[in-house]
Design a protein around this ligand. Structure first.
Ligand SMILES: Nc1nc2c(ncn2[C@@H]2O[C@H](COP(=O)(O)OP(=O)(O)OP(=O)(O)O)[C@@H](O)[C@H]2O)c(=O)[nH]1
Ligand SMILES: [Mg+2]
Length: 444
């Protein structure tokens, strides 16, 4: 049935996961007790992609929730949908990773890993035909980064032909309360580069700005930020969860979006985003959706897409009343005005699903593969180098079995990735054909 297995790791992973499952249950008509109370067969048609059908007609999210400490898993259990999770799939340690990637990847994480992999194998065996795995985590936590990386590596080894995607929160230094976050993030990046097929990148400072400046929320708590992320993840997964125009699965999405294997770090945006106070006065039109999806203010990363070039972009539109013809025309116009790489034809795509998210008659989630992502990496790599040049704090990592070399290798790996992005950004149609002629003559 082409199942997806979700793995949520650490505090951030579990908080965002909790919101995502609330949104998914709502969209599929699943009550907190797991029973279906929806109105439409469409809600159940592809339910097995994300949910397992248990005894008594209960639907159970196919999610393994883990953390190296108990807190976030207890919160999940006590949440309004806490009863819906299979308790066998909630696995936590007791000591915590103390914000230390090395504890999550090596010492503490390695201890929990065998039991986690046992649980994962059991879930996988119950599936018909797994299409892939999705991870939710923060790259800068000890558990989310360290244990998350270890799980990604192990899943890649055991299920080498399945797609792995991650929803990864990158550190916002302006909001960070933990000094070693840049270390954790750069060390985790190595594993994301090597072993995920698609990584959807998020940044809390961008999400915070959306809450305060665009939505003008008074409270702007982590709950609000997580709710926006859940809306975006729900948008990205719409075409896997519901029958749609472009019948997408994880692999099709990857094939469309990723021109080169390691250049798989994707930006996302959402529209409409409007403050409640102005909503009654504004029309939510196709024009607004398309304009906002490329607007810097609607991006989930604190970067301006106009400063880079898109390899590819896909708008996943939702809503029964949308005109597809108009959307295609508007996207074609946008492509002219935006910076798109010219040597990939048809790199601005439209996907559509009739079912709109709760409270909105239409919406769009945009996924972009844009070279501007380098700016996000520069942000925390700069902080990483400042610390590393003085060897500050590395004893905490060495004490858990790492070597200084590991830091230098991770630095090199992310720099190589950034160079690849920069190089392809510069390639035009002309020098691309020159490049391919050269490589053809080389091979002759
Ligand atoms: N969006 C979002 N970010 C969060 C949340 N909780 C923590 N973060 C961010 O995640 C980063 C820290 O990662 P955590 O997930 O707290 O850490 P962890 O994975 O539990 O790792 P350890 O606590 O070190 O074991 C910080 O940058 C936080 O700002 C959350 O609920 N939502
Ligand atoms: Mg934690």
């Amino acid at each position: 049935m082409r199942e997806i297995i979700t793995i949520q790791v650490g505090q951030a992973g579990n908080s965002i996961g909790r919101k995502f499952w609330e949104v998914a249950c709502d969209e599929h008509g699943i009550a907190p007790n797991g029973l279906f109370h929806g109105e439409s067969d469409l809600q159940l048609e592809r339910i097995n992609v994300y949910f397992t059908e248990a005894m008594g007609g209960r639907y159970v999210p196919r999610v393994i929730a883990t953390d190296l400490e108990a807190g976030s898993i207890d919160t999940l259990r006590r949440s309004p949908f806490g009863q819906i999770y299979n308790p066998e799939l909630l696995v936590h340690g007791t000591t915590g990773a103390s914000n230390n990637y090395a504890k999550g990847y090596f010492t503490e994480g390695a201890e929990l890993l065998p039991s986690l992999m046992d649980v994962l194998r059991k879930v996988a065996e119950e599936c018909d035909l797994i299409q892939g795995f999705q991870f939710l985590h923060s790259v800068s936590g000890g558990s989310g980064g360290g244990l998350g990386s270890s799980l990604i590596d192990n899943v890649r080894t055991e299920y080498s032909d399945r797609i792995i995607k991650s929803y990864s929160i990158f550190p916002s230094l302006s909001m960070s309360q933990v000094v070693v976050e840049p270390y954790n993030a750069v060390l985790t990046m190595t594993h994301l580069i090597e072993n995920t097929d698609e990584t959807f990148c998020f940044d809390n400072s961008a999400l915070f700005d959306i809450c305060t400046k665009t939505l003008r929320l008074q409270s702007n708590t982590m709950e609000d930020i997580n709710h926006i992320m859940a809306m975006v993840i729900s948008g990205i997964t719409t075409c896997f969860r519901f029958p749609g125009q472009l019948n997408m699965d994880l692999r099709k999405l990857a094939v469309n979006m990723i021109p080169f294997p390691t250049l798989h770090f994707l930006t996302t945006s959402f529209s409409p985003l409007k403050a409640r106070s102005v909503q009654p006065y504004e029309a939510f039109t196709e024009q607004l959706l398309v304009q906002q999806m490329f607007d810097p203010k609607n991006q989930m990363l604190a970067v301006d897409p106009r400063q880079g070039k898109y390899f590819t972009a896909t708008g996943i539109f939702r809503g029964r009343t949308l005109s597809l013809k108009l959307l295609h025309d508007l996207m074609a116009q946008m492509k002219q005005g935006q910076h798109f790489i010219e040597w990939i034809p048809n790199n601005c795509k439209v996907a559509h699903c009739d079912i709109s998210p709760r409270g909105l008659s239409k919406s769009v989630t945009c996924i972009g593969n844009n070279t501007v992502i380098v700016k996000e990496f520069e942000h925390f790599l700069g902080a990483f180098l400042k610390l590393l040049n003085r060897r500050a704090y590395i004893h905490w990592f060495i004490g858990e079995g790492m070597e200084e070399m590991d830091f230098q290798e991770a630095e090199q790996r992310i720099k190589d990735l950034m160079n690849d992005y920069r190089q392809y950004e510069k390639v035009t149609i002309d020098n691309k054909s020159q490049m391919s002629e050269t490589s053809e003559s080389d091979s002759r």
